[in-house]
Design a protein around this ligand. Structure first.
Ligand SMILES: [Zn+2]
Length: 495
C-alpha cells in the first residue's frame, strides 16, 4: 500500500493530500537569504526544513525541481509592511562596512553557500539572484500595468490591491480588513495607503537600473514571483518560507503572479514557525542571537546543529538552547555508534525473524509519520524505538545478514535526515593513534602552540601521566580553549 502524503496548506488552513501537477515531478520554491549578513539559526531552521521536505519527496520517489532565491536588492529594513520602508538591507550593511553593496552581496552569498554545505543541505537546482533578473521583473510590472493592477506615479510603480480580488487569501489581510485597520503609510502619490511598490524611485539608492519609468530599483516581493515562474512555470507545486513571510511577502507574491498570469501561482504553501532561543525571540540586544558560525566556533558539531533544527515539527515553535544542542550531539553520536556497530557485525548464522519484522514496522511507522505533514518528531521517536530493539539483538549477537538489513534501513532514513551517519565521526579536532589534526567540520582555527600542547598532552595521557596531562589542560584553558576527552578523541572548544 502506498502511504498517503499530506501537507498543511497555509492557503486553506488544513491538511491536504499532496499530489504534484505533473506526475512524479515536484516544483518547489523556497524563499532564500537576503545576503547582507551571515544567516542566523532561525533562517537555517527554514532552509533545513525545505531540505528535509525535498529529501523526503525524493525518498518517496519524486524528482524535485528546487529553486531558492538570493535577495541582493530591494529588501528593506521595515519588512513587516507590504511597501517596505526604511533602508535597503544590503546598502545599510555596505555603508556600515564602507564597501560597495554588490561586494557585500557577493561576500555574504559566498558565506551562505559555505554554511549550507556545513549543514549538509542539498544544493537546489537553481539559486537565482534578484539583480540578475531586473529585465524580467520590469516585464512583469509592465504586464501588471497593462492589466490595470498597477500604476505609475512619479517614477515609482505601485500595485493597486483593490484591483486584485483575491488579495488576503493567504494571510487574511483582505482589502476590507486593511481599509478598516490602522493607516500606516503617508505616501501621497499612492491611490491607497496599502498599495505596495513594485518599482521604486529613490535617487539616494545606490543600486539603480533603467526602466520605462526612469532610474530605480525593484521592490522585494516582485523577485520571488518572477524568478519562481521563470524557473518553475506559472504554477508551482510547493512554496515555503518562514511564518513571517506570509504577510506581506507571500501575499504580495500571489497578487503579482496571479495578477499577471490569471493562473494559480502556488498549490501548497508551507510555512515554518519561528525559532526561539532560550524561550525568547532571537535578538542581538538580548545576547541570544546565533549564526551558524558562532556555534561552530564554540566547537559544536554541525550535524548536531542540523539535527536539533530538524527534530521539531515545523509548525511548532522550536526552542533552541545549548543544553538542547548538547543532547542533540549525544543523539547523533548514538545513531553513529549504532550504524558503526552494525557495520562491524561479522557473525554468520541464520537471520533472526524479529529483525525482519522490526525493519518492516519501523519503515511503515516512519513513512506514516512523515506522510502526515512531515511529523518528524514522531518519525524520530519510531527510529529511537528501532535502535533500542535492535541494540537488544546486537547485545545477544546479531548475524551479518540481519546487521546489513538494519544498517541499510538506518541509511535509508538518513537520506531524509541528512546526518551522514555512516561517515566516520570527527567532531574531534584530534583523533586517533597518530594524533593527527583533524578539522573537517569546524571553523575553529587553533593557534599552532595550542595544537602542539594538545599533542603533548595526548602522549602523556597514553603514558598515564595524568598529573602532567592535567597541567597542560589547565594551561590550554588559560589560553582560551577547553578540552573535552571523549572515547574517540579530544574535542576542543573556545572558552
Ligand atoms: Zn521570497
Amino acid at each position: 500500500m502506498s502511504m498517503v502524503l499530506k501537507f498543511y496548506n497555509t492557503l486553506s488552513n488544513k491538511k491536504e493530500v499532496f499530489k504534484p501537477l505533473k506526475k512524479g515531478v515536484v516544483s518547489m520554491y523556497n524563499c532564500g537569504p537576503t545576503v547582507y549578513d551571515y544567516a542566523h539559526i532561525g533562517n537555517f531552521r527554514a532552509y533545513i526544513f525545505a531540505d528535509v521536505l525535498r529529501r523526503y519527496l525524493e525518498y518517496k520517489g519524486f524528482k524535485v525541481k528546487q529553486v531558492m532565491n538570493i535577495t541582493d536588492v530591494g529588501h528593506m529594513t521595515v519588512d513587516e509592511e507590504a511597501d517596505g520602508k526604511g533602508e535597503d538591507k544590503i546598502e545599510m550593511k555596505a555603508k556600515e562596512e564602507k564597501k560597495d553593496p554588490f561586494q557585500i552581496a557577493k561576500e555574504y552569498e559566498k558565506a551562505f553557500f559555505e554554511d549550507i554545505k556545513k549543514l549538509n543541505i542539498k544544493k537546489a537546482m537553481k539559486y537565482p539572484r534578484a539583480t540578475d533578473h531586473i529585465k524580467e521583473m520590469i516585464r512583469t510590472i509592465e504586464t501588471l500595468i497593462k492589466k490595470g493592477c498597477a500604476y505609475e506615479a512619479n517614477g515609482s510603480v505601485y500595485y493597486d490591491i483593490t484591483r486584485f480580488k483575491d488579495y488576503g487569501k493567504l494571510s487574511g489581510n483582505t482589502v476590507d480588513k486593511l481599509k478598516a485597520g490602522k493607516r500606516i503609510d503617508v505616501i501621497r502619490e499612492k491611490r491607497n495607503w496599502f498599495d505596495f511598490a513594485l518599482w521604486k524611485k529613490d535617487p539616494k539608492h545606490i543600486m539603480q537600473w533603467d526602466s520605462p519609468w526612469g532610474r530605480g530599483f525593484p521592490g522585494w516581493h516582485i523577485e520571488c514571483s518572477v524568478m519562481g515562474m521563470k524557473y518553475l512555470g506559472d504554477t508551482l507545486d510547493i512554496h515555503t518560507g518562514g511564518e513571517d513571510n506570509i504577510f506581506p511577502h507571500h501575499e504580495c507574491e500571489i497578487a503579482q503572479a496571479e495578477g499577471s498570469t490569471g493562473k494559480r501561482f502556488v498549490r501548497y504553501w508551507l510555512h515554518t514557525r519561528h525559532l526561539l532561543v532560550n524561550g525568547e525571540k532571537m535578538s542581538k540586544s538580548k545576547g541570544n542571537f546565533y549564526t551558524l558560525r558562532d556555534l561552530l566556533e564554540k566547537g559544536y558539531d554541525p550535524k548536531a546543529i542540523r539535527y536539533l533544527l530538524l527534530s521539531g515539527h515545523y509548525r511548532i515553535r522550536l526552542n533552541f538552547t545549548e543544553e538542547g544542542l548538547k543532547s542533540a550531539e549525544e543523539t547523533v553520536r548514538r545513531f553513529q555508534d549504532f550504524v558503526s556497530s552494525l557495520k562491524g557485525a561479522k557473525q554468520k548464522g541464520k537471520p533472526n525473524p524479529k529483525v525482519k519484522k522490526l525493519v518492516k514496522n519501523v519503515k511503515k511507522d516512519f513513512e506514516e509519520a512523515m506522510g502526515d505533514d512531515l511529523n518528524i518528531s514522531l518519525a524520530l521517536g519510531k527510529v529511537f524505538d528501532f535502535v533500542r530493539e535492535i541494540n537488544k539483538v546486537i547485545s545477544s549477537g546479531i548475524g551479518n545478514k540481519d546487521a546489513k538489513l538494519a544498517y541499510e534501513t538506518m541509511l535509508g532514513f538518513d537520506k531524509v535526515l541528512g546526518l551522514k551517519l555512516d561517515e566516520v565521526r570527527f567532531i574531534k579536532l584530534y583523533v586517533g593513534e597518530k594524533l593527527k589534526f583533524k578539522d573537517s567540520v569546524s571553523f575553529l582555527k587553533l593557534p599552532k602552540e595550542v595544537e602542539k600542547l594538545i599533542e603533548k598532552r595526548e602522549k602523556l595521557r597514553k603514558e598515564k601521566k595524568w598529573k602532567e596531562a592535567d597541567d597542560i589542560r589547565n594551561k590550554i584553558r588559560k589560553m582560551g580553549y577547553i578540552l573535552e576527552d571523549t572515547e574517540t578523541g579530544v574535542r576542543v572548544k573556545k572558552a
